[in-house]
Write a protein that binds this ligand. Sequence first.
Ligand SMILES: Cc1cc2nc3c(=O)[nH]c(=O)nc-3n(C[C@H](O)[C@H](O)[C@H](O)COP(=O)(O)OP(=O)(O)OC[C@H]3O[C@@H](n4cnc5c(N)ncnc54)[C@H](O)[C@@H]3O)c2cc1C
Length: 227
Amino acid sequence: METYTTRLLSKKYLTKHILELRLEKPQNFEFHAGQFIQVKAPIGDTHIYRSYSISSTPSDEYLELCVKLYDTGVASQLFRMIEPGSELTFKGPAGRFTVEETDSDLYFVATGVGLAPIMGMIEDELSNKKNTQKIHLIFGVRYDTDIFWNDRLKALEKNHSNFTYSVTVSQPHDEWTGLRGRVTEHIPEDTSTIHAYLCGSMDMIKSVRDMLGQRGTDMRTVHFEIF
Ligand SMILES: Cc1cc2nc3c(=O)[nH]c(=O)nc-3n(C[C@H](O)[C@H](O)[C@H](O)COP(=O)(O)OP(=O)(O)OC[C@H]3O[C@@H](n4cnc5c(N)ncnc54)[C@H](O)[C@@H]3O)c2cc1C
């Protein structure tokens, strides 16, 4: 893996604890949608690397990350502090969580910042590869205030008739009128013909994989990334 030093272009809070960061894409940097980079974060006199999925597509001029901030996190501290113009060093790209070529329908499941690689994969399938098979995303969050990129996903749904998107909230406000419960409560009865891509916590991935297995999915077509 090569090491690159680049600059932060923009920084935006998507929710109270989730940041969207756009970095200048180094000229010779190439990747596949869904891959991640390892960002260098200082800790005392030394440094650590932390992995972050790329949420932009290979054709975008910038590299986009979507980062959840933890109170005592080392990299979280770096991301809280940096401002547009700051330098960032990273290694990459890495990872095999990328979309395999297929005519089968694609079924994406994301919880929380697990949406990061999946956003890039879906935009790449629809806008760059112009694939026409059915693509569905179910996005799960705990509270309705945790939802992000809703407008971006709605716009994709409006512009691509083969893409549908739903969001489910496990602990919604009383006024919430959308889907409720965990993502596992909204998996279709028959999943025998889909290729699935899952990203989020270990618990979510385990539950969804078990359910897909029970509902007829060939497990060789189930791909996942655990954060
Ligand atoms: C392949 C891969 C891709 C990833 N992509 C992303 C991404 O796109 N966006 C993103 O936000 N993260 C992503 N992660 C997670 C990321 O690499 C870091 O682990 C995370 O950001 C925490 O780093 P930190 O240095 O801020 O916290 P650390 O210093 O590692 O942890 C400090 C404290 O933060 C809390 N904490 C850290 N991680 C978790 C967790 N998962 N659940 C609950 N509490 C936790 C704990 O209290 C911990 O003690 C990815 C991980 C992998 C392996």
